[in-house]
Design a protein around this ligand. Structure first.
Ligand SMILES: *Cc1c(COP(=O)(O)O)cnc(C)c1O
Length: 224
């Protein structure tokens, strides 16, 4: 088992009222169980099949966060149990999540992913696209989805000011929609910050961080 218990406990106490998502992608179920025994309940995964397998194998009071890029044709596999989908980046996906929520007779919580990094490779909405989603007349009719906040990933860079500015921009966007009061849209969550940049994210107003390698050690698989 490879959990950095010391680091985890330190993290837990130092960020106290901020929700900590333990990013367990690529990690074996034993590592998740180990962290579960320390009291952790929120886990993040970014591959559908992997998350489904782990959901089936592990205790049912775990809150599963889908943090990867979600294809519309895969929503149905996680819809019965997912706790929060972080990477929603199109209205088509919003509609599909609502449809699967309806089929499963539940309301599925989501965050809209905003493109804040300079890299082309990171997914997410720009400001206009975000406007379009919140402004869509159809949105208020979707009764089986709830948009609870925004999520973003900063650039992969050593430059702390760049990272800080990107997080600050996300928080500004969040504030500009905080007044929005549709039954199915109430912004409460700003999901930003990973192992390398969570301190900056918290300074810039994050209330949910997604941390993997700091807790579980470096992932050996490239690109995951
Ligand atoms: C992998 C991943 C993380 C965690 O990354 P670490 O650097 O291991 O903390 C957080 N968010 C997303 C979207 C990820 O894919």
């Amino acid at each position: 088992m490879s959990i950095n218990t010391q680091q985890y406990l330190h993290l837990k106490t130092s960020i106290n009222n901020i929700t900590l998502i333990a990013v367990s992608k690529t990690r074996p179920t034993e590592d998740i169980s180990g962290l579960y025994d320390l009291g952790q309940r929120d886990f993040g995964e970014n591959y559908v099949q992997e998350m489904v397998d782990k959901y089936e194998a592990l205790p049912k009071d775990i809150r599963w966060h889908f943090i990867g890029h979600l294809q519309t044709n895969k929503v149905k596999f996680i819809a019965p149990f997912v706790s929060l989908i972080h990477g929603v980046d199109s209205f088509k996906l919003v509609q599909e999540i609502n449809k699967q929520g309806e089929k499963n007779n539940r309301i599925i919580n989501c965050l809209l992913q905003i493109h804040i990094a300079q890299e082309e490779t990171k997914f997410g909405l720009n400001e206009d696209e975000l406007d379009d989603i919140f402004g869509s007349p159809e949105l208020k009719n979707l009764k089986n989805i709830k948009i609870c906040g925004l999520m973003g990933m900063a650039s992969f860079t050593e430059n702390k000011e760049t990272i800080r500015n990107e997080f600050r921009y996300l928080k500004t966007l969040y504030h500009s929609y905080a007044q929005l009061q549709l039954t199915n849209c109430k912004l409460q969550v700003v999901s930003m910050g990973m192992s390398a940049d969570y301190k900056i994210a918290i300074e810039e107003g994050s209330n949910m961080v997604r941390i993997g390698s700091l807790i579980f050690g470096n992932r050996t698989t490239i690109n995951k």
